[in-house]
Design a protein around this ligand. Sequence first.
Ligand SMILES: *[C@@H]1O[C@H](CO)[C@@H](O)[C@H](O)[C@H]1NC(C)=O
Ligand SMILES: *[C@@H]1O[C@H](CO)[C@@H](O)[C@H](O)[C@H]1NC(C)=O
Length: 223
Amino acid sequence: MKFLPVSFLILALAAAAAFAYDPSPLQDICVATNDLNSGVFVNGKFCKDPKQATADDFLFMGFRNPGNTSNPLGSKVTPAFVDQFPGLNTLGISMARIDFAPGGLNPPHTHPRGTEVLVVVEGTLLVGFVTSNQLNNTLFTKVLYKGDVFVFPIGLIHFQLNIGNTYALAFAGLSSQNPGVITIANAVFGAKPPISADVLTKAFQVDKKVVDYLQAQFWYDNN
Ligand SMILES: *[C@@H]1O[C@H](CO)[C@@H](O)[C@H](O)[C@H]1NC(C)=O
Ligand SMILES: *[C@@H]1O[C@H](CO)[C@@H](O)[C@H](O)[C@H]1NC(C)=O
């Protein structure tokens, strides 16, 4: 161990940084860049040289137009996460725009790294989240009207359904620059390669033909 090279220690430290939670930033700005030569590795994305940063790095215009809800779910999420919005890098925050056709559903999903706070701007949404097994998988659900705000705690499975006769629109803030999305049906029944039917028949207590049917569906990703 005493001959452990310095380069190895540096690598180990870099790995520790890569596994970090969204940190408190150690500098004013750290605009994400794909140019590996321009900066240091900070929590998932390289920083642009701060002297090269411009106001455009802190502007996201992707919410100007509605998302296309002509899909099997009747909803579209437009994320403004660090991948779409480089100025968010290291800041521990992000947003999403969610458009809903009448009857449109943002299906049960979780954000493994972010709490979500959602405000309804148009329409009427039935929303809810389910607590973990420890809290008996309790459903917390509400009907939200224009102006209402609801919070979905980090990691918990949640959904939003447009129960009005009109288009609905909501915006969400998330407590990570890269909150992640796991859509439950897609992950369980649309895994590639498929999860063994032996696993799913027992897990869901159904016949193999039900599992085969579900695995044969096209699981649209509305994100
Ligand atoms: C919306 O998506 C549908 C299905 O992919 C497509 O046919 C349609 O042209 C899209 N509409 C717009 C305005 O992009
Ligand atoms: C969960 O269920 C158990 C057993 O019925 C009960 O003792 C416990 O109080 C419940 N906990 C919550 C948070 O509801």
